[in-house]
Design a protein around this ligand. Structure first.
Ligand code: NLE
Ligand code: FE2
Length: 339
């Protein structure tokens, strides 16, 4: 018989789910990552007051999500208002100051423009006090990127997180990182969202890239979810841009932009022999490790346009494949049998 026949038998994890048809279908309550007690590698581990504060702010986001889903009417004015403490404001001020300086040389120009526009739209208070997510949401909605934010209590389940991107919705945490380690935190916090993600989401081309990743995930079978999470991770979180006209890589990924330690790592990357891989979303990507310090390699694109073209084609490809009931994993397997 044909030896290829056996390999076509479907894994149950290949099954295509019922996709959400609007943002209301996307569940923001399934959290991954740090639990109620944090873990040993978290700077807030063992600090009961910090752990409590983080949990309280996170719970407000989850309660918001439940209210909204019940009402089926999501409005920006209902995003919880957080009364940030003087210590939290100081942490924001210090990180923002340092990143504004470093990003001049280390971030892509579209990021620097986005950060400036976002801060200008928020007003002078934004540089001294942690901006409210509700205010940032208004600014983003009326920017060329047309994104909106939804509060979330922590690291969201990949399917919910990626699906929401297809509906131009970015889930954002609201608690602030631990004050003892302002330069690097292992999980998303509001500084990471505000300084890392939201400035570039004002840019239409970048916002399109993010929507493409979301679109690729809508019909994805379970067995491809982790791969798509990696596509997101190595672009939107940790991607760098290496254009032919600039002699060094510039950050556009939020995890690099929101962390002074990551920016310094990127600054020394060329001298330290750090590897750069060109973006190829079709092939397996390296294992994600994000809570053990700075990146050991970066995935690069030439420009936002270059990335937009690649991710657009990739999302079309995924939609088509999934529409036929085939996973990327199975597709790769069939390709390898042909060769
Ligand atoms: N390491 C980043 C920072 O310190 O801002 C956060 C990464 C979240 C995935
Ligand atoms: Fe992030």
């Amino acid at each position: 018989g044909n030896p290829n026949h056996r390999s076509i038998v479907r894994d149950p994890k290949d099954v295509i789910p019922v996709p959400p048809t609007s943002i209301t279908d996307v569940d923001p309550t399934r959290l991954l990552g740090y639990g109620a007690d944090l873990e040993e590698n978290h700077p807030g581990y063992g600090d009961d007051a910090y752990t409590q504060r983080r949990a309280d702010i996170g719970r407000a986001a989850t309660e918001f999500a439940i209210r909204v889903r019940r009402a089926e009417n999501e409005h920006e004015s209902t995003i919880p208002h957080i009364q940030y403490t003087a210590e939290e404001d100081a942490c924001w001020r210090d990180v923002l100051q340092t990143i504004k300086k470093k990003s001049q040389d280390l971030a892509c120009p579209e990021y620097n423009a986005g950060l400036e526009d976002m801060l200008a739209a928020l007003g002078p208070e934004a540089t001294t006090r942690v901006p409210q997510l509700a205010d940032v949401d208004k600014v983003l909605r009326s920017s060329p990127g047309q994104f909106r934010v939804r509060p979330v209590g922590g690291l969201l389940h990949p399917r919910s997180f990626l699906n929401a991107l297809a509906f131009s919705t970015f889930h954002s945490t609201q608690y602030v990182r631990h004050p003892n380690e302002p330069f690097y935190t292992p999980e998303p916090d509001i500084i990471h969202e505000l300084v890392g993600h939201l400035p570039l989401l004002m840019n239409e081309t970048f916002a399109d890239c993010v929507r493409h990743v979301g679109r690729a995930s809508l019909l994805a079978p379970e067995c491809d979810m982790w791969h798509l999470t990696k596509v997101y991770w190595y672009t939107v979180e940790f991607g760098v841009m290496h254009s032919k006209s600039v002699d060094r890589p510039l950050a556009y990924g939020a995890g690099v932009l929101s962390s002074i330690a990551e920016l310094d790592n990127l600054a020394g990357a060329l001298d330290n022999g750090v590897t750069f891989l060109p973006l190829n979303p079709y092939e397996p990507l390296p294992k994600i490790s994000y809570n053990d310090g700075v990146q050991k390699f970066y995935v690069s694109v030439q420009s936002l346009r270059d990335m937009e073209r690649k991710l657009h084609t990739f999302a079309d490809f995924c939609e088509n494949l999934y529409g036929q009931g085939v996973s990327l994993k199975t597709w790769r397997h069939l390709q390898s049998l042909k060769n």
